[in-house]
Write a protein of this length. Structure first.
Length: 136
């Protein structure tokens, strides 16, 4: 299957996301890097280039997520799916305290862990944005 995404689909994905990463909610306008169209379910797992399977994603979240759709939380043996921005609401799984993102659910915990939301430099950027009224 081709991984080509049409200009129209790309535009619709960006507009739907409000030009924010659909995982960590950072706005693209304040970053020094390009955002990516991300396959929620990777092509190698049978995902498609459909609007329903695509998310707007900052480079950091996209690099960390890769083709993953789940992870195992520390000390547990159960596989926990990652947050899916098409079928789930961000604020059902996460909340923010300053620049720190905390989990409300196991899906939130799994996503925070795998995508490394709370590295010090990421917290610092989000804290500045929060104080300026641009986050979450």
């Amino acid at each position: 299957m081709s991984s080509h995404i049409s200009k129209l689909i790309r535009k619709l994905v960006i507009e739907r996301a409000g030009n924010r990463c659909e995982y960590c909610r950072i706005p693209q306008a304040i970053t020094n890097y390009d955002f990516h169209i991300e396959h929620i379910i990777g092509i190698q797992h049978g995902g498609e280039n459909s609007l329903e399977n695509l998310a707007w994603c900052c480079a950091f979240c996209n690099w960390k997520k890769g083709p993953n759709i789940a992870t195992i939380l520390d000390g547990e043996k159960q596989i926990i799916p990652l947050f899916n921005p098409r079928s789930q609401k961000w604020f059902d799984h996460f909340e923010t305290r300053g620049g720190h993102i905390t989990a409300k659910t196991d899906i939130g915990k799994a996503t925070i862990k795998l995508l490394e939301f709370n590295l010090p430099e990421r917290i610092e950027i989000r804290d500045v944005l929060t104080q300026a009224g641009y986050y979450p």
